[in-house]
Ligand binder design. Structure first.
Ligand code: URA
Length: 210
């Protein structure tokens, strides 16, 4: 009898088809996907990056946070949000009593853009399928976009973060909210209170789920 597959296959430009099986756990599916993403050569970023920063956290997370791209420290450690912006994100999560180990963290781009420049439209287009597969596997109930790049990629390319932040959007089975990126708070302290408002709404919605 023909075996059933959860997804037809993962399509990664230039890569072999990779099947994900119904019976695999989310953790197993994520590691199968990570294997594919680690070999991705779809854009030139991989050549300059030390390593792919796939994402990290609880595969069963009900809350997923999506950032922009790895920075220098993330590129070095292979983990998302471990640099200065990550330390501020830890404080933000602690302030709303959400444990970092409970959530899943990923970025729009999996490889560091040189000198932390803005991701290009082409890089986002080529890398986004990886994140979309991660979202499908984790199937979170709440997604938080950290910053404009994530908000534009997941909500609307025309979205302006200052206008859409703090509002709930539907994203498949999940509710999605965008807020300012922690790095933006480091540059402009006046944005802090908005993130506080937004993350309180996220906390309230998250509390109803756990
Ligand atoms: N900024 C991001 O958007 N993601 C990271 O992982 C680190 C910094």
């Amino acid at each position: 009898m023909r075996e059933k597959y959860l997804f037809d296959y993962l399509v990664v430009p230039g890569q072999q088809r990779k099947y994900l099986h119904y019976h695999q756990t989310k953790e197993q599916k994520l590691s199968a996907l990570a294997e594919v993403v680690n070999k991705c050569q779809a854009c030139s970023l991989r050549k300059k990056a030390t390593q792919v920063v796939f994402g990290a956290g609880n595969p069963e997370a009900k809350l997923m946070l999506v950032g922009e791209a790895p920075g220098a420290e993330e590129d070095k450690q292979g983990l998302p949000f471990v640099g200065v912006a990550g330390q501020l994100l830890n404080k933000i999560l602690a302030a709303v009593e959400i444990k970092r180990e409970e959530v899943y963290l990923a970025n729009i781009l999996k490889c560091r853009p040189p000198a932390n420049r803005q991701p290009s439209e082409k890089e986002i287009k080529l890398c986004l399928p990886h994140l979309l597969e991660q979202i499908k596997i984790i199937d979170p109930q709440i997604i938080v976009c950290l910053g404009a790049v994530a908000a534009k990629a997941l909500v609307n390319p025309e979205a302006r973060i200052s206008l859409i932040r703090g509002k709930w959007f539907e994203y498949g089975n999940a509710r999605l909210m965008a807020t300012f990126h922690p790095a933006a708070l480091l540059r402009d302290q006046s944005k802090k209170r908005f993130v506080w408002y937004d993350m309180q709404k996220v906390r309230d919605a998250y509390r109803l789920l756990i």
